[in-house]
Design a protein around this ligand. Structure first.
Ligand SMILES: Nc1nc2c(ncn2[C@@H]2O[C@H](COP(=O)(O)OP(=O)(O)O)[C@@H](O)[C@H]2O)c(=O)[nH]1
Ligand SMILES: [Mg+2]
Length: 463
């Protein structure tokens, strides 16, 4: 049992209160979009603190709850595909497990995608922390005809599993009960002899930590560069050199990157497990949403789908926002009412011509600045943000990523672009905001210029 949790410092946390200090810390960990935040909301209610994880732009939400007078601090960690970090989000989750003394992990899993879920469960189990496996989205698994033999799964893993439907608040009682007595898994699985041999060589060089030495050894073998700081804080330079050379020796023995080899072997264990626990009914109830979702991820249909979504965006933001609404507010509200009134009032009240010009002239505060801000910018940004919020909440974006992944893996010799895409999603989103916004604004301007390019008036491209 990994009880040794000394050795690493806990990150300073601005919002930490005495209350939080005393409670049992439980981390919600899981893939992106599996319902962690939904479960977090149901467990903690309204009293939460949101703060950036030290040194990052990633937000981590923490909240308290009590079960039978015992108080718990729940941490909603950023979604991960693996404990071995490929993105800043994943690094934060790994660092929380590594640096903070979590008493347990609730692995919130997508019940309709057990292969992906269990691959992460095994990594969490490897950390040596007590785990509760929460099979969320049971409704969607059911509508796809996916059945899970939970008794068998519990028997194999030696931990408690519960089923929840967060959006319907179902299964919470069982989850709360399980999280008061989380268990360390009894499931042991091994990698090939070479990898196991190298794990055994690295483990003795590591200090006691909040997660198991086996788990840290696997991260190091996988070539995890993000552990560098932790290594320098906790291990002598001499041992770091030994670990590096061990890793290089191990890597030289395989034609593929070690991280890939380790992942494949773990997935083979998962595949074996799936044979024992998954049951698929003959005629799954194929609802409309399932058909829609499958179409969105289909390599060919998905493209048609994408064009429809883009056309819908164009109609909503470009036509409705930048066209109808802007005309209505600019020509109607400002042109016919507000500006004429303002002109009347200002010419009557303000005697100085220069000040009049400042307020109601061609570049006046009311006639230009306010008109542009409210009549032109507001409708476009409002419709754009509404459209993007709908796109994000509908779950279309992850499906779009999955569709693109299917296409690109065909051309990229099996390497997943999904992780890279996810890593860049924040930038993509910002670029998209900027791009569509500028198109909409320049689309709107009647003098055929786009003022938003470096402050100069450039001719708008034709078409
Ligand atoms: N059908 C269904 N949808 C769910 C369930 N739990 C969460 N969701 C939805 O899944 C999406 C992602 O949930 P969220 O809590 O943000 O996931 P997170 O990324 O893991 O924090 C949201 O649209 C939720 O409403 C569930 O049990 N069933
Ligand atoms: Mg979340």
């Amino acid at each position: 049992m990994q009880t040794a949790r000394q050795g690493t410092e806990m990150h300073a946390h601005n919002h930490k209160t005495d209350e939080q200090e005393k409670s049992v810390k439980v981390c919600l960990v899981g893939n992106p979009n599996v319902g962690k935040s939904a479960i977090f909301g149901l467990l903690t209610g309204r009293y939460v603190t949101v703060s950036n994880y030290p040194g990052t732009t990633v937000e981590v939400t923490r909240g308290g709850m009590t079960i039978d007078k015992g108080s718990f601090l729940i941490v909603d960690t950023p979604g991960v595909n693996s404990i071995m970090p490929m993105s800043e989000d994943e690094k934060v989750t790994r660092d929380i497990l590594l640096d903070e003394k979590a008493s347990a992990v609730i692995h919130v899993a997508d019940a309709k995608n057990m292969k992906r879920s269990l691959s992460l469960t095994l990594q969490i189990i490897e950390t040596g922390l007590p785990v509760v496996l929460d099979l969320n989205m049971k409704d969607e698994a059911h509508s796809r005809g996916i059945g899970i033999n939970e008794a068998e799964l519990r028997k194999i893993l030696g931990i408690d599993t519960v089923s929840t439907i967060a959006v319907e608040k179902k299964g919470l009682g069982a989850l709360k009960k399980a999280m008061t007595t989380p268990k360390i898994s009894t499931f042991n699985f091994s990698y090939d002899n070479t990898i196991e041999e190298y794990i055994k060589k690295i483990e003795p060089l590591l200090p006691d930590a909040n997660i198991s030495k086996r788990s840290i050894s696997l991260m190091l073998l996988s070539g995890d560069e993000t552990l560098k700081n932790w290594l320098h804080k906790n291990i002598s330079p001499e041992n770091i050199r030994i670990i590096e050379s061990l890793r290089n020796n191990a890597a030289a023995l395989y034609p593929m990157p070690l991280s890939y080899v380790i992942n494949r072997q773990r997935l083979a264990v998962v595949d074996n497990m799936l044979l024992k626990i998954l049951t698929k009914s003959e005629s799954p109830a194929r609802g409309f949403s399932v058909i829609l979702s499958e179409a969105a991820t289909h390599p060919l249909m998905g493209f048609v789908y994408l064009l429809l979504v883009l056309y819908g965006l164009y109609l909503f933001v470009g036509k409705l926002g930048a066209g109808v609404l802007v005309d209505l507010i600019e020509d109607g509200v400002f042109g016919q009412y507000l500006n004429p009134w303002a002109e009347k009032i200002v010419t009557a009240v303000v005697p100085v011509k220069f000040i009049q010009e400042l307020i109601i002239g061609p570049y006046g505060v009311i006639t230009m600045a306010l008109t542009y801000a409210i009549a032109i910018i507001l409708p476009i940004t409002a419709t754009f943000f509404i459209a993007f919020a709908i796109l994000e909440d509908s779950g279309y974006l992850p499906r779009l990523a999955a569709m693109l992944n299917k296409i690109f893996t065909t051309y990229c010799a099996g390497h997943s672009v999904f992780d890279t895409a996810r890593r860049n999603l924040r930038h993509v989103r910002q670029t998209a905001y900027g791009g569509i916004y500028c198109v909409a604004v320049s689309n709107k301007r009647r003098d055929n210029t786009c003022r938003f390019s470096r402050g100069k008036n450039h001719p708008r491209p034709k078409g």
